[in-house]
Design a protein around this ligand. Structure first.
Ligand code: HDE
Length: 704
């Protein structure tokens, strides 16, 4: 294949060393010179002029004969492929999976046999509802799709950051997705569930209530892909060399702990940086801070499955970690961004049916349906059954089969024999020992369209989830429900949702009803089976209780002005560096400021471009004069007021007091989140405080 002719990125050239020549109409022509390759057509023909199409006379009509123009435009016109029907917006990275110990006892999957073995992987994170160009901080489920290129074929664990799902049977998937996507007549709202169609469907689908608790929780507005859990959702099977089965649920646990943002912040991040999650992953990987997750498994046998409170085939239920402790079996590290977004992240094709020998499906009716959908969707999107020829989708182990031809066939077999069995001793053959075998589960019964009775409890785990949250998280769920339902125009739908909430938690239902202005509470929704109130709380379900131990991987925004204390900034940088956190400077001008000692400090953002919602904690490093100037700027006042309202830790120099005051923030003893950085131990107190991420006790007073 021709070498990519794109100029190598290196030192940015100046206008003077670009080989520029002026044409007759004043346009600039950039001609090939020493070290720059010749521009050609896709057929390899050298191009003389890429600035002007071929015309009759300089002012005349364009000629059909201009094959260069036509080829260039033809290719441009066909640059797009259909976006994913769900999970359209996503971002991927390469890395590896490393096995801790041999799992031979449970599975014969090759990647789990040898301790320390590393297997290449590609991961794509995504939102579900929004279009490809939508914003990152939508209130939505996040996709967490992992492709591991094992020695026995690709294993795709196509999961989400939430361990349960909206529906119990794949046949309802088109309905739930139609309902959440923009309404078909008006084509809005984009990337939002806050509209009538979604809540109409949900309020008529009691099985979705557990998922709704998760989607209304902070899980749906993660701070970063790096701080999310991932879940395989369904129950799968491990099969060992003797074909003995162990049920397994997969969970990815982020090394840096869990973290989310608050809704008011999410809304503002979407305006300030719609690519917030992309930029975060890109920056972390490019700066060598490789994000990492542990793969954990919950293992259980048929006896546990038979005795568990719920059906292990029901994807709207989870097994609490306190009931079956997840065991770490390996780690996933993301250490390389794709060279080209389209080639890799856009064209990567995940498929639930990609499992290596030793991993098998359960009869979860959602998983069974997915196994059909993912192959079908790839043909639509990638346009050819040869999508496995695309490098990101190709296995990295030896492979051989008799599939041939088709659109864009890139790998073409040679020789005469393209079938088997054959008598020439040519081509690959099957192997009953090494090959994939399904678990020999005996199945017998009438053909029916019927939901099992064991799937009928729709509220007990929803209640368990809600009750396992801290008070702050419970408040967020109530506010999210209120916000979403306030955007629903049909009052009947709002009331129908409150009727469901009454089965989950009465206080939650009455708070939401009150905030929506519903004066008379509806009757609780009819529950198919009585809701249980004996399920113990599960601390593993809370984000706040599972936060990080350090401030590593987080970012501090420092608002600086002329005359600020460069020495203090240096100490802050050193302390944050030691913690593994990043520091960015925000200044009135992006050119930077001059510190009191004359040092020039270049900024990362001008104040309008660097609002405090982009940071996990902020510092106001201002001279008195600098603060007095910033008092008049709305963006500077918002910087402080938002950081305070979003319960962030705020460090400040004495000079910053006028700006704090103007933003309505007065340091007092009660609020330990406002930290004067002048004292001897103040800086280390600030860093220690930041490890808590947010001062949630402030929340009640700021009324988020
Ligand atoms: Fe998907 N899903 N899904 N899904 N899903 C797709 O496949 C589907 C479900 C998930 O980054 C599609 O390649 C059905 C659960 C992720 O490329 C499509 C059902 C979970 C991604 C599809 C589900 C997921 C997809 C669209 C109900 C979590 C993005 C494009 C039975 C366990 C993968 C594509 C990526 C993508 C179908 C439910 C996760 C249409 C029919 C449950 C992370 O095939």
């Amino acid at each position: 294949m021709a070498k990519n002719a794109r100029a190598p990125s290196g030192k940015p050239a100046t206008i003077h060393d670009q080989n520029l020549e002026r044409g007759q109409g004043g346009e600039l022509h950039q001609t090939a010179g020493a070290g720059t390759p010749l521009l050609t057509t896709a057929q390899g023909g050298p191009v003389a002029d890429d600035q002007n199409s071929l015309k009759i006379g300089a002012r005349g009509p364009t000629l059909m004969e201009d094959f260069h123009f036509r080829e260039k435009m033809f290719h441009f016109d066909h640059e797009r492929i259909p976006e994913r029907v769900v999970h359209a917006r996503g971002y991927g990275a390469h890395g590896f999976f490393e096995t801790y110990e041999s799992l031979a006892q449970y599975t014969r999957a090759d990647l789990f046999q040898r301790p320390g073995e590393k297997t290449p992987a590609f991961v794509r994170f995504s939102t579900v509802a929004g279009a490809k160009g939508s914003f990152d901080l939508a209130r939505d489920v996040r996709g967490f799709a992992v492709k591991i290129y094992t020695q026995e074929g690709n294993w795709d664990l196509v999961g989400n950051n939430i361990p349960v799902f909206f529906i119990q049977d794949a046949i309802k998937f088109p309905d739930v997705i139609h309902a959440v996507k923009p309404e078909p007549d008006r084509s809005f709202p984009q990337a939002q569930s806050a509209h009538d169609n979604f809540w109409d469907f949900i309020s008529l689908t009691p099985e979705s209530m557990h998922m709704i608790m998760w989607v209304m929780s902070d899980r749906a507005i993660p701070r970063s892909f790096r701080f999310m859990e991932g879940f395989g959702v369904h129950t799968f099977r491990f099969l060992n060399a003797r074909d003995e089965s162990t049920f397994v649920k997969f969970i990815w646990k982020p090394k840096l702990g869990l973290q989310s943002v608050v809704w008011n912040e999410a809304v503002k991040i979407n305006g300030a940086d719609p690519d917030f999650h992309r930029r975060d992953l890109w920056t972390a990987i490019q700066s060598g801070n490789f994000p990492e997750w542990e793969l954990c498994v919950q293992l259980f046998d048929q006896a546990f499955a038979d005795s568990f409170d719920f059906d292990i085939l029901d994807p709207t239920k989870l097994i609490p970690e306190e009931v079956i402790k997840p065991i770490p079996i390996g780690r996933l590290v993301l250490d390389r961004m794709p060279d080209n977004f389209f080639a890799e992240t856009e064209q990567v094709a995940f498929m639930t049916q990609n499992v290596p020998p030793g991993i098998d499906f359960s009869n979860d009716p959602l998983l069974q349906g997915r196994n059909f959908s993912y192959l079908d969707t790839q043909l639509k999107r990638l346009g050819s059954p040869n999508f496995t020829h695309i490098p990101v989708n190709a296995p990295k182990c030896p492979f051989a089969h008799f599939q041939q031809d088709g659109h864009m066939a890139m790998r073409n077999p040679v020789g005469r024999t393209n079938y088997q069995p054959n008598s020439r001793g040519e081509g690959p053959r099957e192997d009953p020992v090494r090959g994939f075998r399904s678990f020999r589960e005996p199945v017998d019964g009438p053909k029916v369209r019927q939901r099992p009775e064991s799937f009928a409890d729709h509220y007990s785990q929803a209640r368990q989830f809600f009750q396992s949250q801290t008070v702050h998280e419970q408040r967020h769920i109530a506010m999210a429900l209120t916000f979403e339902l306030s955007k629903v125009e049909d009052v009947v739908i709002r009331e129908r949702m409150v009727a469901h909430l009454l089965n989950i938690d009465e206080a939650l239902a009455t708070t939401v009803a009150d905030k929506l202005g519903i004066e008379t509470l509806p009757k609780p929704a009819d529950a198919a089976v009585p809701t249980r109130d004996d399920l113990p709380v599960s601390p593993a379900l809370s984000i706040i209780l599972n936060g990080p131990k350090s401030f590593a991987g987080r970012k501090v925004g420092v608002l600086v002005s002329d005359g600020c204390d460069a020495g203090l900034l240096k100490k802050l940088r050193a302390a944050m560096d030691k913690e593994g956190a990043m520091v960015e400077l925000v200044a009135p001008k992006v050119g930077g400021v001059k510190a009191a000692d004359g040092t020039k400090l270049p900024a990362d953002h001008m104040i309008d471009g660097g609002p405090s919602v982009l940071f996990d904690a902020v510092v106001l490093l201002l001279s008195q004069e600098g603060a007095e100037q910033l008092v008049g700027e709305a963006a500077a006042r918002d910087f402080v007021a938002d950081a305070f309202a979003h319960c962030k830790f705020i460090g400040f120099s004495a000079g910053a007091l006028p700006l704090l005051a103007k933003a309505g923030v007065t340091p007092d003893e009660e609020d330990v989140g406002l930290i004067d950085l002048e004292g001897a131990a103040a800086l280390s107190r600030f860093v220690e405080s930041c490890r808590q991420l947010r001062l949630w006790t402030r929340e009640a007073s700021v009324k988020l």
